[in-house]
Design a protein around this ligand. Structure first.
Ligand code: SF4
Length: 414
């Protein structure tokens, strides 16, 4: 039997698809990427309208191309819009909890039993173990440490799709990272829906820094990278503790969304531009060669020219190494969907301006390393024979080498 995974959306979804793949493999399935399969698992995304649309298109495509196949649809879109997916003819529907049962449910569906598992996600309080011990890349592995978010930002559907914060047990995280190290992985990336909230539900004082210290202490793991966090995580104590960890990558993806406090307030973000700047300063004061990367939204409802300009100038002041810029898009069911919207043409214009600034800042950051020798992890040989490699602060370089350096940390002169 063969199973094919179609994954949309975020890193957490990709992690979960691979973990579900392990469940199928244990049952004797072969995971296939090409051709037709007996079972399809569509791991959906609900975060944007496009993500939702693409998820539905994928189901339709499978139904058209391979009408006899068993179709299992899982994830955020099932959780938020189950009815419309039922109409598309899926055999199994699983929302944000119950993913550890997909292989069993697919087997039942092959025998004619269709199932829908959509729990009231707001009432789910336990982290669902879905371990992953082997991953596609043999160099960098994602490790999921928590699920859910309690922030309810005005534009975001995720808290409704993923439910409240559920932290994974520290001992389970450690066990998974130890296995990954034994399997030869050098780098792990701590992922989740809102990793900065790690420990909030445990109520025993454990927080993200404890996870970082635990993972950094695993023998064989050369690099630990953090997924997206928010500036409120960067306290003096946090910085003091991370500076003692030589294998923690000096790259922090601090989600900004807007550099204007008024816009941030409307977005219901839980920090001001000033607090963001303070967090960045704390990191820069103590962490060598640190790089700051971010996500930024343009055209949030009510964003005036002045607010956009304030956000633009703020980004310039920060000097990001990399920015992911996106235009606000309406998500039904959120607070921002009911606010007065900005015309698309204005969003487009602002996005272009911000992208140009991001490119300029990236160039400046890279230029500041010119002539220096840094350590990079070679990840893959490219078509032109060089090796694509990343520095611990996530600068990307291309290394020439006569010997195969894939998976090795080598010195590189910028
Ligand atoms: S912090 Fe805000 S944007 Fe991020 S997942 Fe939670 S609600 Fe969504």
């Amino acid at each position: 039997m063969t199973v094919k995974f179609i994954t949309l959306g975020c890193k957490t979804n990709f992690y979960e698809s691979q973990a579900m793949g392990e469940l199928f493999r244990k049952k004797g399935y072969e995971i296939t990427e090409k051709g037709l399969a007996d079972v399809y698992v569509v791991n959906t995304c609900a975060v944007t309208k496009t993500g939702a649309q693409k998820s539905r298109q994928q189901i339709n495509r499978i139904k058209r191309k391979n009408p006899d196949a068993t179709v299992v649809v899982v994830g955020c879109l099932v959780q938020t819009d189950r009815e419309s997916l039922e109409k598309l003819g899926a055999d199994v529907l699983v929302g944000s909890s119950g993913k550890n049962r997909v292989a069993d449910l697919a087997a039942e569906a092959l025998n004619g039993k269709k199932t829908v598992v959509v729990d009231d996600i707001m009432k789910v309080r336990e982290f669902e173990e879905l371990p992953l011990t082997s991953q596609q890349s043999r160099i960098r592995a994602n490790v999921k440490i928590e699920d859910g978010c309690d922030n309810f930002c005005a534009y975001c559907i995720i808290p409704y799709a993923r439910g409240p914060v559920r932290s994974r047990a520290l001992s389970d995280i450690k066990k998974e990272v130890e296995l990954l190290a034994q399997n030869g992985f050098l780098e792990v990336v701590l992922t989740g829906i809102h990793i900065g909230s790690y420990g909030k539900d445990l109520k025993d004082g454990t927080s993200l820094i404890d996870v970082i210290e635990t993972v950094c202490s695993v023998e064989g793991i050369k690099r630990v990278r953090l997924g997206s966090i928010e500036p409120v995580v960067i306290t003096d104590e946090f910085v003091e503790r991370i500076r003692k960890l030589p294998n923690l990558c000096p790259q922090f993806h601090l989600s900004l969304q807007s550099g204007c406090t008024k816009t941030l307030e409307r977005m219901r973000r839980r920090y001001t531009a000033k607090e963001y700047m303070e967090g960045v300063k704390k990191l820069r004061a103590k962490i060598k060669d640190v790089s700051i990367t971010t996500d930024l939204m343009v055209g949030f409802p009510g964003e005036t020219d002045e607010e956009f300009l304030e956000s633009y100038e703020f980004c310039k002041k920060i000097g990001f190494m990399q920015m992911h810029i996106f235009k606000y898009s309406v998500r039904e069911g959120t607070l921002a969907a009911k606010m007065e919207q900005i015309p698309e043409s204005i969003k487009e214009e602002r996005s272009k301006k911000m992208i140009a600034l991001a490119e300029e800042m990236k160039r400046e950051f890279y230029d500041s390393f010119k002539g220096r020798v840094i350590e990079v992890l070679a990840e893959q040989k490219t078509a032109d024979g060089t090796y694509h490699a990343t520095a611990s602060n996530y600068m990307e370089v291309f290394v020439e080498s006569d010997e195969d350096i894939t998976g090795k940390i080598v010195k590189y002169k910028v």
